[in-house]
Each structure stands twice: as structure tokens, then as C-alpha cells.
Write a protein that binds this ligand. Structure first.
Ligand SMILES: *Cc1c(COP(=O)(O)O)cnc(C)c1O
Length: 733
């Protein structure tokens, strides 16, 4: 949560003391804690923080855990001390209004037909807040941002996911800098969820047949503003012991675990919707993990409406949208015939198709029995609309899957693109928000997907923008130092190291952030190719540069772990000690601090493998500048004045050559553009050209790369055509 103090409104205090009993006050806070709406309203999050700032931090900013440690009387006393009564009442009232009054939303105006037939949005992970650990990285954060924007826009949408009671691993580095993974049990009672119930109020459990017996899952309901997120959980009585652990971990386990998780997500998810009495008008499969879902919908249509398999398939595909998220082969799940038969066999019996026909749905060449079953292929075959997540990724995906449409030329392959975006209120620092409130008018959050309203940023006072950024940078560096000294202490290093950690980093030095999953294609190690030259930049007396790194490698990714080790160990090199640092356990909290405070966000993936990337978009909102390879979103975002480009968007067929060139280009742009622009100060001490770039970046990118714009695009190009049965052949393009 933002730790910046937000002044209490003028009338707060004891005025309402007599009207509210401690229990009533406590109940209001409970209501706030049990809807993740609070997580994108810093002024609401700060209510919890103010109850006990230390525990708040220690409890991962989990308001339910915090309230569980206090009695209503303690809460009331503290609230009285902190003159919080009015703030609590106001927040509670605002949440109620938000939930009940949806007439004025964009969705009410533009997406009315979805009202009784909502969108069902499927995703294997949802990243909404650090206290809800059911995500691992970019895909999850994107899903979380999608759901939050759907809520804000008032789009009728329900979301389906899995509840992982151990989530993704917690990362620590050992004394050698090697990544250690720890799985921590999530306390279910401290999650903002409750059992989902059917029309008669009964808790819902779904049961899925496999050739080897039944697999069951209970269903949780999590409230994300106006959106209901339903999470399947296999930890139920009646499941075999190993199946009770099936949904414990994200992306853990072997192929068999994986297909069983995906069976629960896709098929179980559709069954859960039926049990809930929800009849979706559109199914949105966010990545291939949920691509079994349409098969179950086909079965329902055949049973309920007497359709043939072919007719049901045609109709189901018409209302299904599929989004592919990566060109990296490992990102496309493949299963062999035996696993498919074991898990989808009963469903294929029910829809009356042969094993060969079923396998054919997951193959590029249906008859090729050498080919495994690919979740992306079935996703593409069972959806009428498919999209990639940036313009360049659209091009790459059409090429990648052209063989599925051998009779079409590549440009006519029906995969369009809708570029990703981020949920502005979740990533925007409060002090920056205040700057925007003044310039854009206080109703701007309702229109943040509209480029027009951001044009007023050109009127900002450069000094004020710079000072705001500087305050955020100091806060970010404080956070980094605190984490670094904690890391030293945990490794039982001597007091001198802890002291050094506390004294690391210089608030006036150009600060470059790099944080993301340590997948090899993201090349966190690229700068190491030019380490001596980087050392010169870092140690330049007048114009120093410093780096903050963070990120996890997948537990099975040894090369990724080596990257982490090499970077983390730079702290032992006197040239880099206290100047290149690594923060452990990258999560939404670390991400929020970093994107809100760095001067420059570095992104140097191996083109064209970064489908979109979203962390750089979060930086834009807070006044940071991107310095990136022209890949993913940056290939369409960069205009020559709103940030920095590494290279010219070319790549060699030989990776080693590409890497060598990109390292050279990276170093050149840092030395020749980034550093000189940052340190080019006028008499007033301001880097005017740099500030112009900050403004240009906000003006040209904030709306275009917002999740509001993204969700509006999905509504216009996918959801409405799907639900209304309008013909729209890949209008996504
Ligand atoms: C935004 C975000 C990501 C995605 O970052 P990319 O730049 O797209 O790789 C991953 N993890 C966390 C915690 C994030 O907040």
C-alpha cells in the first residue's frame, strides 16, 4: 500500500462516535476488507494501515488478518485516537454506492446486452494484491487488472480461476546468491472469499469424471469490486489425498498435475457457472490453460438444446474468444494422447466423438498421430475470435499459427490483437494522482481510457512534476534499503553489511529498475556483456548510475537461477556494492514500489519474444521513462520522444549475434542518451528535457496502455459480437 499520508477530511473525528458502536464500526471495516475494491483505493487501504502500521506491513497488507488480531473495542479505540470514524463511514458508504449504483457506467451505456448474459473470463491466475497470492507473474497481474477495469467500467463479467492454497513460491537467496523456494500455506480464513452458493443457498461443489475416477472441487467466491471471481479448490473431502493437493501450487508438478488443473479450471469452471445459474453470453479464455471449457459448453448445448456436435461446436465457437499470450514454445501446454484420453475421455463419450476426432482438435494436422495435443490449438479451433496482446505479437502469432489455416495467406490468418493495458488506480502512486486530479479534473478516473483527457498533462508545472517524482523516488529507495538490510539480517551477515545495506543507493543518482520473471528470453543478464563499461557509468563521479533488480526464476529454470546469482553477487564486487542491488521475492508489493519510484525502467527481451510486457506501462503513469528493446508494447508505444529505444527493432537469426548487438545498443543508449539527458540541468536544477519526456510519455501512453482501454476493446471487438451474434470476422484487427 502507498505509505504516503493522505490527509483526513476536515470533519473527521469523534462527531459520529455516538452513532456507531464498536461492533458496527468493526463490521464496516470487515465489509471493506472483504471486497478487494479497497486495494485500488489508497485512502481506504490507509484506514487499515493506520490501525497498526507495523502489523500491517508484517501481515503483507492483509486487512482480514489485521482485523482478526483486534477486538471491536480495540479497533474503536484506535479509530478514535486516529480520528478515523468519518473516514471509515465514508469509505463504507462509497463502497455501497459503487456496488449498487451502476447506471452511470460505460458498461451500462455500451454493453447493456451483456446484462443478463455476462462474460465468463477464465484465467489460471489472478494477481490483484500481494495479500491474495494466487498469481505468479505478468499473466496473473493482467487478469487481475482486467477484472478490476471490468468492475470500474461496469461490464457484466464473472471471472473463473483456481484457488492455490500455497500459491507461487516465496523467494530467498542463499549466501551464494542461489534462489531458494519456499511454499507457504495461505490461511483460507484470511482470504477475502466465502463459499459460493447456488440458487437455493447451497454451497457448490463440482464433480468431473475422468477414466480413473471422479475429481471434485469446491467453489469460492471472491469479490473484486462489482465483479465476482469464482475460484475452484480441489482440497475437498471425497478427493483422493493426491487430488486434494492438486490445486496447491501454481505451475508446479508434472504434465499430469497440469492437465488435471486445467480440467478443473475449464470443465469444472463451466460446471460451476451452471450450478450458480449463470448463463454466459461470451466465454473469454485468457491463455490456453482453460481451453477445455468450450468442450463442456458443447456438451451442455447438445444435452439442453438437442444440437449435434457440429452445430453445438459452431455455436459455442461463435461466443468464445481466445487470447494467446506468448510466442515462447514452453508457454503452450502439450499433452500426450494417454493423458488426454484419461481426462477428456468421459467428456468425448458424452459428446459422441472418437478419440481421433478429439486429438484432432488439439493438433495442427488432425491426422498426424505424432503430434501431441496442444491447448493453444484447441483454443484457436474452438473460438471464433482470437487475439494476440500487441500489434507485433499479432504479426508473430499469425506467422506462428499460419499452418492452422493453410488455405489462407499469412496476413489473413484470423488472429488479431488487442494490446494489453494496466489498471491505472492500482499502479498509480497517490501523490501523482493528486497531480492528475488538479489537471485532469476529478472525474478523470471514469474516462482514463480516453487519450483526450490526458492532454492536459502538457499544462503541468515541470517543477511540481519533478518534485513529486523525487518524493516517490525517495520512498522507493527507502523501501529498497529496508528490504536489503532485512535480507542481510536473514542471512545472518555481520552488522557492517546491514549498515552498508542501509546506506546503499543515492537518491540523486540516476536509478534504473529491472524487475520481472527471470525467464531466459527476458535476458536480465544482457548488461553483464558490457560489465566493465557499465562499471564506468556506475562509478562516474558527477553522473552516477545505479540499478535495482528483482525477479523470480521458475523453480525448474536453472539458467534463470544462474542469472539471478550473477546479478545478486555483484554486491561483492567493490565497483557495484551498494550501486547494483537485488531485492528478493518480487511480488505485487515490490513491483508497486519500484514502478512508482525509479527514473528509468529497463526492458531488454530477445525480440520478438516479449508478447507485450506490462510493467513498463505502470512506470509511465508514475512519471518514469522506459528504456526498452522495440518489442511487445514498446514497439507500438515508442514515438522517439516519450522514452528510449534500445536498437532499431531488428534481430539476427543467430541469438548470440542478436545478444551481442543488443548489449552494445543498450550500453550506447545509456551512455549517449539516458545519462546525458538526466543530468542536463538548468539553472533551476531541473532536467527540463527529461521532464518534457516524462510529460510526453504520460500524454501519449497513459490512456492507450490502460486496462480500461483494453477492456473497452474486448467489449467492442469480442464480447458484444459474441453475445449478440453479430458477424465480426476478426474485427480485432
Ligand atoms: C506487472 C508485473 C509483471 C509483468 O511484468 P512484465 O514486464 O510484463 O514482465 C510481473 N510480475 C509482477 C509482480 C507485476 O506486477
Amino acid at each position: 500500500m502507498s505509505s504516503v499520508d493522505i490527509p483526513a477530511p476536515a470533519h473527521s473525528g469523534r462527531a459520529n462516535w455516538t452513532e456507531v458502536t464498536p461492533q458496527a464500526l468493526y463490521d464496516k471495516l470487515q465489509t471493506l476488507a472483504r471486497n478487494l475494491w479497497w486495494s485500488w483505493h489508497p485512502e481506504v487501504g490507509n484506514l487499515f494501515r493506520d490501525l497498526d502500521p507495523v502489523r500491517w506491513r508484517q501481515l503483507d497488507h492483509n486487512p482480514i488478518s489485521l482485523l482478526a488480531e483486534m477486538t471491536p473495542e480495540q479497533v474503536a479505540e484506535r479509530a478514535s485516537e486516529m480520528v478515523m470514524y468519518t473516514r471509515i463511514n465514508q469509505a463504507h458508504r462509497r463502497l455501497n454506492e459503487y456496488l449498487t449504483d451502476t447506471r452511470d457506467t460505460w458498461g451500462a451505456r455500451e454493453a447493456g446486452v451483456l446484462g443478463s448474459r455476462p462474460v465468463a473470463y477464465f484465467s489460471a491466475e489472478f494477481g490483484m494484491h500481494e495479500s491474495v497470492p494466487i498469481y505468479s507473474g505478468g499473466l496473473g497481474v493482467l487478469s487481475g487488472d482486467h477484472v478490476k477495469s471490468a468492475s470500474g467500467l461496469g461490464i457484466p463479467l464473472v471471472a473463473i480461476g483456481l484457488f492455490y492454497d500455497q500459491g507461487y513460491f516465496r523467494q530467498q537467496l542463499d549466501g551464494d546468491g542461489y534462489q531458494q523456494e519456499e511454499y507457504v500455506d495461505t490461511k483460507v480464513a484470511a482470504q477475502p472469499m466465502e463459499p459460493a452458493t447456488g440458487p437455493e443457498g447451497e454451497p457448490i461443489t463440482v464433480s468431473i469424471d475422468t477414466r480413473e475416477g471422479k475429481l471434485m472441487a469446491k467453489v469460492w467466491l471472491m469479490r473484486v469490486g462489482r465483479v465476482k471471481l469464482y475460484l475452484m479448490d480441489c482440497d475437498v473431502e471425497g478427493n483422493r489425498p493426491e487430488d486434494r493437493e492438486l490445486t496447491s501450487r501454481l505451475y508446479g508438478g508434472d504434465h499430469r498435475t497440469r492437465i488435471r488443473q486445467e480440467l478443473v479450471l475449464g470443465v469444472g469452471g463451466v460446471k460451476a457457472l451452471s450450478a450458480l445459474g449463470i448463463k454466459p453470453g461470451c466465454y473469454h479464455l485468457n491463455e490456453g490453460h482453460s481451453a477445455f471449457a468450450p468442450l463442456e459448453v458443447i456438451r451442455e448445448r447438445m444435452t439442453n438444446d438437442g444440437l449435434s456436435f457440429d452445430d453445438a461446436l459452431r455455436e459455442v465457437a461463435q461466443c468464445t474468444a481466445f487470447t494467446t499470450h506468448t510466442p515462447v514454445p514452453a508457454g503452450h501446454d502439450r499433452f500426450d494422447a494417454a493423458l488426454i484420453e484419461e481426462h477428456i475421455g468421459p467428456l468425448r463419450d458424452a459428446v459422441g466423438i472418437s478419440h481421433e476426432q478429439l486429438m484432432g482438435l488439439g493438433r495442427v494436422e488432425p491426422q498426424n498421430d505424432q503430434e501431441t495435443f496442444c491447448m493453444t490449438v484447441i483454443g484457436l479451433k474452438l473460438s471464433r475470435r482470437a487475439n494476440a496482446v500487441s500489434s507485433l505479437h499479432g504479426y508473430v502469432s499469425r506467422r506462428m499459427w499460419a499452418t492452422l489455416w493453410p488455405w489462407r495467406v499469412e496476413e489473413e490468418v484470423p488472429i488479431g490483437h488487442i494490446t494489453n493495458g494496466v489498471h491505472v488506480p492500482s499502479w498509480l502512486a497517490y501523490p501523482m494522482r493528486q497531480v492528475y486530479d488538479k489537471l485532469l479534473g476529478t472525474d478523470w478516473p471514469g474516462k482514463m481510457g480516453d487519450s483526450q483527457i490526458w492532454q492536459s498533462i502538457y499544462d503541468v508545472d515541470p517543477g511540481e512534476l519533478w518534485e513529486t517524482h523525487h518524493a516517490l523516488k525517495s520512498r522507493c529507495l527507502d523501501f529498497v534499503r529496508r528490504r536489503l538490510s532485512r535480507q542481510c539480517r536473514r542471512r545472518s551477515e555481520d552488522e557492517a553489511s546491514v549498515e552498508a545495506a542501509r546506506a546503499s543507493l543515492d537518491p540523486s543518482a540516476l536509478t534504473i529498475g529491472f524487475a520481472r520473471r527471470f525467464a531466459t528470453y527476458k535476458r536480465a543478464d544482457l548488461f553483464l556483456n558490457k560489465l566493465d563499461e557499465i562499471a564506468d557509468l556506475v562509478n562516474n563521479h558527477d553522473r552516477p548510475v545505479q540499478f535495482v533488480f528483482s525477479g523470480k526464476a521458475h523453480p525448474a529454470d536453472e539458467p534463470g537461477k544462474k542469472f539471478i546469482k550473477r546479478i545478486a553477487n555483484l554486491r561483492h564486487d567493490p565497483r557495484f556494492a551498494g550501486r547494483i542491488v537485488f531485492i528478493e521475492d518480487y511480488d505485487i508489493n515490490v513491483a508497486r514500489h519500484m514502478v512508482q519510484g525509479v527514473d528509468v525502467w529497463l526492458n531488454n527481451p530477445r525480440r520478438p519474444l516479449e508478447a507485450s510486457g506490462t510493467s513498463g506501462m505502470k512506470v509511465v503513469l508514475n512519471g518514469g521513462l522506459n528504456c526498452s528493446i522495440l518489442d511487445g508494447w514498446w514497439a507500438e508505444a515508442y514515438n522517439g520522444k516519450n522514452g528510449f529505444a534500445i536498437g532499431h527493432g531488428a534481430h539476427h537469426t543467430d541469438d548470440a549475434v542478436t545478444d551481442e548487438r543488443d548489449a552494445e545498443n543498450l550500453f550506447n543508449v545509456l551512455r549517449d542518451e539516458v545519462v546525458p539527458t538526466f543530468y542536463d540541468r538548468d539553472a533551476d536544477g531541473l532536467p527540463h528535457h527529461w521532464i518534457e519526456m516524462m510529460i510526453e510519455s504520460i500524454a501519449t501512453l497513459a490512456a492507450r496502455f490502460s486496462a480500461h482501454r483494453m477492456v473497452q476493446d474486448y467489449v467492442k471487438h469480442c464480447y458484444l459480437p459474441a453475445a449478440g451474434g453479430l458477424s465480426s470476422d476478426m474485427s480485432v484487427r
